[in-house]
Design a protein around this ligand. Structure first.
Ligand SMILES: [Zn+2]
Length: 268
């Protein structure tokens, strides 16, 4: 009886998991089955890809940049003089345009005196996004905050009538002070009060999977700290370039920002 119960609860846990979903468009992810025992060493555009188990079998999760052209792409592995390639097809996706009015005009057109700070922060952000560590990755993610996500990943952005880069994450509307939790285990690799992102936290989940949480009112972790899945990392706020309190969550994979929704359980 006890064994039966155990089997039942295990299968329940497995089916309740949020396995990442494939979406073969710019800003999506490719999931490529690999041969057991021959699943390491694959790269996409010269960056190592994340290898995990999907339904018990080894698979590569490949982050596709928003700038990727539609068509055939591949991951590759070089071993003893030969190159092994696995191909996948990426379809076009037309992201909509979003017009946003920011009352603090300095956050859209910074002063010349802000540029030194902005450039230094840009370098730190780039370093954090491209951080890589070898680790087993828990790809079964939790929603970092309760609230309504606007589904605005990838939208082209026009701030106060001026073109800016596409939206690289998910916005979740919530009140200032709402707890933000780590969606999966990892290590804090960067924190600070940044010009555009406000108070931010970067978490390295391993193998090039990186979370960025922005606009926080409060940061509750420090660089170097190991965080457990579900652990409090900060509070929702309205710091940086915002129109109101919300959590901005970006998810990077092999150096590319992808739609975080693909790592969350499907909503109905
Ligand atoms: Zn955002």
């Amino acid at each position: 009886m006890r064994i039966l119960l155990l089997i039942f609860s295990l299968s329940y846990l497995v089916s309740a998991q949020a396995q990442p979903r494939q979406l073969l468009v710019p800003g999506g992810i490719a999931i490529i089955n690999l041969e057991p025992g021959n699943d390491s060493g694959y790269q996409f555009r010269n960056k190592p890809v994340l290898v995990t188990k999907i339904e018990g079998k080894p698979a590569a999760l490949v982050g596709l940049p928003l700038s990727l052209k539609a068509g055939e792409h591949f991951i590759e592995k070089r071993s003893t003089g030969q190159v092994l390639k696995k191909f996948f097809e990426v379809k076009q996706k037309q992201y909509t345009t979003q017009h946003i009015t920011i009352t603090d005009k300095r956050k859209v057109n910074p002063y010349a005196s802000d540029m030194e700070r902005i450039l230094a922060e840009k370098a730190r952000k780039q370093k954090a996004r491209n951080h890589y560590s070898i680790a087993d990755v828990d790809v079964d993610f939790l929603r970092p905050v309760e609230g309504i996500s606007t589904g605005s990943f990838g939208r082209r952005r026009v701030f106060n009538g001026q073109n800016r880069r596409p939206h690289s994450g998910m916005d979740i509307a919530a009140d200032t002070g709402t707890p933000v939790i780590a969606p999966s285990a990892g290590r804090v690799i960067e924190t600070g009060d940044f010009f555009f992102s406000g108070n931010l936290v970067y978490i390295d989940h391993g193998q090039g999977l990186i979370s960025l949480f922005a606009h926080l009112s409060e940061i509750d972790v420090s660089v170097g700290e190991q965080v457990a899945k579900g652990q409090l990392i900060g509070k929702v706020g309205a710091t940086g370039r915002v129109t109101g309190p919300h959590l901005h969550w970006s998810l990077g994979l092999n150096g590319n920002w992808i739609d975080p929704e693909l790592f969350l359980p499907a909503t109905d």
